[in-house]
Design a protein around this ligand. Structure first.
Ligand code: EZ4
Ligand code: CO
Length: 404
């Protein structure tokens, strides 16, 4: 007889930062885990799962992964959006985890097996000024990393995306309200080529450099920036303008050959359909958790494959080690993979979510544990209750809200 879902639990905890974790237990005693974290909107996803979706899953056959996805997406009428899609994503991940544990196989095997020996990752170098950034880049090189994201302070601005006073950069700040920061796109655009000149001079031609503009520019500013940094041969320029306006990317595309990456805030294939089909980007950044799990991410990456676009999923500290595992398993089995973002985690996060995946010498490995290969240390989670925390908001110098 087919197994049945018997228990669905949602654990919200803050081992250094907030995570929402879904635990699905079957009648046969198999436990599947999923990540449902949406940075700054954690409790909304927790309620979506606890109050609305969890009870529907009881009694279902956990091996009907695609049918469950369709039931939760089409069946409920209300669709898309980060809260809905992270909730579906967590369930989808947990069901793949259960399938792997039942089959005694790692998820990457269920997805078709390895297409590469190791998965390159990029991590974040940053500094308030150019010398500090160069020191940070050297540290990443000493760890054997060959893909490095570089972010720097901008003269005249006291807060800038991607740069922190703390060695562990964490964009969400604890507190009841988001902090505010001011940004000057002109100063940033004038400064970035100087930063990249110094970094390229330090690392030489082989190191892959990435940079995240974090949605701060208008389409024409984005086009100008992409053109002005062309000579530095970036591996990718990320989120150069907000991509709800997919057509805006044509302007950027026509202006330069700088490779473009976008999509960490997207939730479905329909958010990036034009970008991919019309080849307006080079890398699609949808995180497995925020795009409805492994089942839907596969479709995004398959559409990308036929249009010469590669996957380069989001992997900040707010994507938990469970969703990162899902990304690593997909990377092992997906041909059109560019690079995985891996920001790393504080020690407490590794301890709260013991995992079979590993990171060393700039490469990730999924490990050979069945399923996704991630566990929970409930005592650590229980000792770290939820704390309100929000991403900052940004304004231009005249005080108008700017995309953060
Ligand atoms: O702002 O993870 O590429 N990485 C990023 C991140 C995101 C946060 C949002 O939750 O852009 O720093
Ligand atoms: Co980003």
């Amino acid at each position: 007889m087919a197994d049945r879902i018997e228990r669905v639990e949602v654990l919200v905890a803050s081992p250094t930062r907030n995570y929402v974790t879904l635990r699905v237990t079957t009648a046969d005693g198999i436990v599947g885990l999923g990540d449902a974290t949406v940075n700054g909107r954690e409790l909304a996803v927790a309620s979506y799962l606890r109050d609305h979706v969890g009870p529907l899953l009881i009694g279902m056959d956990p091996s009907r992964i695609e049918d469950t996805w369709q039931y939760l997406y089409r069946g409920v009428y209300w669709r898309r959006g980060p809260v809905t899609m992270a909730a579906i994503g967590a369930i989808d991940m947990a069901l793949w985890d259960i399938l792997g544990k039942r089959a005694q196989m790692p998820v990457y095997q269920l997805l078709g097996g390895r297409v590469r020996d190791a998965i390159p990752y990029y991590s974040h170098a940053f500094g308030w000024d150019i010398p500090a950034l160069l020191d940070s880049v050297r540290e990443h090189q000493e760890r054997g990393e060959t893909y490095i994201r570089v972010q720097s302070g901008v003269p005249g601005l006291d807060k800038v995306y991607g740069v922190s006073k703390d060695p562990n950069y964490e964009p969400a700040g604890r507190g009841a309200r988001p902090s505010e920061e001011h940004f000057d796109p002109g100063a940033y655009m004038r400064h970035l080529p100087k930063v990249l000149t110094a970094v390229r001079e330090l690392v030489g031609p082989d190191v892959k450099l990435l940079h995240d503009a974090h949605h701060r520019l208008t389409p024409i500013q984005a086009a100008r920036l992409a053109k002005s940094v062309e000579e530095f041969d970036l591996f990718w320029l990320e989120d150069v303008t907000p991509a709800e306006d997919q057509e805006a990317f044509r302007l950027v595309r026509n202006a330069s050959t700088t490779p473009l990456a976008v999509g960490e805030v997207f939730n479905t294939i329909w958010d990036c359909q034009r970008l991919i089909e019309e080849r307006l980007i080079d890398y699609i950044r949808t995180a497995i958790v925020h795009v409805g799990g492994i089942s839907h991410a596969r479709k995004v990456f398959a559409l990308a494959e036929v249009h010469g676009v590669k996957a380069g999923p989001h992997g900040p500290s707010d994507v938990s080690p469970i969703a990162l595992a899902a990304s690593i398993h997909m990377a092992a089995a997906t041909h059109n993979w560019g690079v995985q973002e891996y920001m790393g985690y504080p020690a407490q996060v590794h301890e709260a979510f013991p995992h079979a995946w590993s990171a060393a010498d700039g490469m990730l490995q999924p490990g050979d544990a069945p399923g996704l290969g991630v566990d929970l240390d409930e005592s650590i989670l229980a000792a770290s209750p939820y704390v309100p925390a929000y991403l900052p908001t940004a304004r231009t110098l005249d005080g108008a809200v700017l995309d953060w």
